[in-house]
Design a protein around this ligand. Structure first.
Ligand SMILES: Cc1cc2nc3c(=O)[nH]c(=O)nc-3n(C[C@H](O)[C@H](O)[C@H](O)COP(=O)(O)OP(=O)(O)OC[C@H]3O[C@@H](n4cnc5c(N)ncnc54)[C@H](O)[C@@H]3O)c2cc1C
Length: 412
């Protein structure tokens, strides 16, 4: 067995490599406005290929699936070192931290060797097909169905709010395979190619102008038996693991990421830049607000470290990732609210040439609610914390234990 490189040796090797191979971020570049993100996706794949060629891709994924098999501490060192460089941030979530992490836990050997390895090489992006137009937080009530057809399956239904599906190669799609079972049973997870015949992917334009979300229509989409992730009828087990990875990722606790440095696809208000640009950085009231942002971000990172270590060492159960998801959403919304307060009326008018940093605070505010819905809503996170961490009584569910096809829907 080869000795593992120490974190400090890895950090210093990463520092030299990043300086020689990766493009530096231009912090003074104007904020990107939301819209067509295709170019950012091509760039993300290109950057991932560079990471792979340089030997810094898939830091925490096992070697047999194309990763480096190193620890969370190695990944954190790399993330710190890469803060000033352009990184394939768009691949972090959901490709690596949610979909590949779920395949690593519950996929077949072939799925791991094929898809995790291809994603690490920058050749594949994976997304989630969970939410449905009629479902929302009640994920187990989904209506998309898959029926056996010879050795394979035929999928029919509709999905929505799929982040970046237009740029992806595969989607993890939860479908109902046995409507005679209660709603949490009789489900199966499939790995579906986004270009499969019968699958239509449309982009959704949001109020802030971004187009990262998609909706999909499945019209007799055929997949092989090898597309099943986990066991037939046990899709809820896979979905629960996937949602754990999602809450962990959205909360900032996933080890399956590269660096962070690339502009997001949606506008984000930066209260520090705005305070500087509006000449309010010395105003004591503004400094108090900025102090609040800094204090919460320190608490956030300490919480991530503590909860992640607790889950890894077994002191805390996986549902503890909901603590991260909850606090992270509160921090994100607090930051957007403070950016808007500091920007004042400038958030509505922006600069003469466009919104600029100050106007972006207004655009970002339009989507502030996404932080408390993405990755499962804040209310559901609170339910999970109360029921699974604190042991409080379960929420009443009139459909518990009833076969799915006998549950009344759309009636008052
Ligand atoms: C940024 C972002 C990214 C996303 N990416 C994806 C993706 O890649 N793939 C995908 O499949 N989906 C994705 N989604 C969809 C997301 O998973 C759903 O938005 C989420 O599950 C909540 O559903 P909903 O928005 O329909 O809210 P609803 O279910 O309509 O809920 C509305 C409100 O009612 C509350 N509520 C509902 N039930 C209860 C209850 N039992 N107790 C208390 N309160 C309750 C909710 O918490 C919420 O506040 C994304 C969403 C966002 C915002």
């Amino acid at each position: 067995m080869s000795p593992t490189e120490s974190v400090e040796a890895f950090r210093s090797r990463a520092r030299s490599w990043l300086a020689a191979a990766m493009p530096r971020l231009d912090h003074d570049a104007p904020q990107r406005l939301p819209g067509d993100d295709d170019e950012l996706w091509l760039r993300a794949r290109e950057l991932q290929q560079k990471l792979y060629a340089g030997g810094f891709a898939g830091i925490c994924f096992p070697k047999e699936y194309g990763g480096l098999g190193l620890s969370r501490a190695h990944q954190e060192a790399f993330t710190e070192e890469s803060a000033d460089y352009e990184m394939p941030f768009l691949l972090n979530t959901p490709t690596f931290s949610i979909c590949c992490a779920t395949l690593l836990d519950l996929g077949t050997e072939e799925q791991k060797r094929t898809h995790i390895a291809a994603a690490i090489r920058g050749e594949q992006a994976l997304v989630q097909f969970l939410s449905e137009p009629s479902g929302g937080s009640d994920l187990a009530g989904l209506l998309t169905r898959a029926e056996r057809d010879g050795d394979g399956w035929v999928i029919n239904g509709a999905k929505t709010w799929s982040t970046s599906a237009y740029a992806a190669d595969y989607g993890l799609c939860l479908a109902r395979t046995d409507p005679e079972q209660p709603k949490h049973q009789g489900l199966t997870m499939f790995l579906v190619p986004t270009k499969a015949p019968g699958l239509t992917v449309n982009r959704i334009r949001m109020v802030d102008g971004s187009t990262e979300f998609c909706e999909e229509f499945f019209d007799n989409v055929r997949v092989d038996a090898s597309a099943v992730v986990g066991r037939v009828g046990e899709g809820w087990t896979v979905a629960s693991r996937q949602l754990f990875h999602e809450r962990n990722a959205v909360g900032g606790g996933s080890p399956y990421v590269s660096g962070h440095g690339i502009p997001p696809t949606r506008p984000v208000g930066n209260p520090f830049t705005i305070a500087r640009l509006t000449g309010r950085a010395d105003d004591p009231a503004v400094r108090t607000l900025l102090g609040d942002v800094i204090a919460r971000s320190i608490v956030d990172s300490r919480l991530v470290a503590r909860v992640s270590a607790g889950i890894a060492e077994g002191h805390l159960p996986p549902p503890a990732s909901s603590l991260l998801r909850l606090f992270h959403a509160e921090c994100a919304q607090n930051r957007e609210d403070i950016a808007l307060r500091i920007a004042g009326a400038g958030a509505a008018v922006g600069e003469a040439s466009g919104p600029g940093h100050v106007g972006v605070a207004g655009l970002a505010y339009l989507s502030r609610q996404t932080a408390s819905l993405g990755g499962g809503s804040t209310e559901i996170s609170r339910n999970i914390i109360s029921e699974r961490l604190l042991g409080m009584p379960r929420e009443y569910a009139p459909d518990r234990g009833i076969p799915f096809n006998r549950i009344k829907r759309g009636t008052r």
